[in-house]
Design a protein around this ligand. Sequence first.
Ligand SMILES: Cc1cc2nc3c(=O)[nH]c(=O)nc-3n(C[C@H](O)[C@H](O)[C@H](O)COP(=O)(O)OP(=O)(O)OC[C@H]3O[C@@H](n4cnc5c(N)ncnc54)[C@H](O)[C@@H]3O)c2cc1C
Length: 292
Amino acid sequence: MKLSDFEYQAPSTPSEVVRILASRPGEAKILAGGQTLLPMMAYRLAQPALLIDLKNIQGLNKIVIDQSGVRLGARTRWRDIEDDDGLVKAQPLLKEAISHVAHYQVRNRGTVGGSLAHADPASELPCVAVTCEAEIRVLGPQGERRIKAEDFFLGALTTALAEDEIILEVHFPAWPSNRHWAFKEFSRRPGDFALAGVALFYDLDSQQRACNAHIGVVGACQCSQRLSAAEHALNGNAIDHGTILAVAAAAAQQANPPGDLHGDVAYRKALVATLLQRALEEAANITTENHK
Ligand SMILES: Cc1cc2nc3c(=O)[nH]c(=O)nc-3n(C[C@H](O)[C@H](O)[C@H](O)COP(=O)(O)OP(=O)(O)OC[C@H]3O[C@@H](n4cnc5c(N)ncnc54)[C@H](O)[C@@H]3O)c2cc1C
């Protein structure tokens, strides 16, 4: 189907974007990489009267790594993250997770801001943002505000972003070098949306027990979220085979995945448990064979 008619503007500052959004309530949509919005328009699932293209706004595509952590500008593309070697140490979980996003062509255009605003629970970035307690900086008519990722994602395709706000950047807190982490997902073909995925990190206390566990899921809940029951099962315990099985079982129990023709609820819950088991083994640098 052809897109319905729309006006087009390409302002040069975020404030101008906000002004236009506020002047056309319910009619205008921001255009970033267009990898979601344009297909939705082609299917007439979205019919905005006005597209506000971000392409002329300078500085929104920066990756900044400093002592406070990592800041990704809203127009940062998946390709930019893939090409930034500094992220290997500064945010390894993010870097690994993003390597699973989409196909080559989509990766050249799809952006951080578009993914956060679209809030698909099957997307990698919202999961990592929630897992890592990232903060999203947005600008609206009343000025800037920062929203914790856990408060930003309200449900599938639903966020705390107001209609007249623009995402400016997302900030990931600094990453200690001795942190244990892993990301695992399963999709039928590389680059497809995952049927399920898990992101995790934890630290070790002086007795080599896990603490500060953070476990998030991709495509296994109605909203990008952490699995508190699995984190609880991990915190305070040595990483051995018993702990890993207990954490995986708690995760499967708490996961609330959708069922569809690609996999029913029971299959996806089992997938969460298996992926989490593998992720924990990798994070601890132990293999399943060690436990036999
Ligand atoms: C074939 C295919 C496979 C894909 N596979 C994956 C995958 O495996 N994993 C994954 O995570 N994603 C996947 N995607 C999605 C893609 O990676 C992008 O994340 C997604 O298209 C959104 O980014 P975008 O820049 O294209 O946003 P757009 O399509 O331009 O916009 C999406 C939405 O975000 C809004 N928006 C954009 N930028 C901002 C901003 N700065 N502030 C406020 N609102 C904004 C728009 O108004 C719109 O509502 C896939 C897409 C395709 C087409």
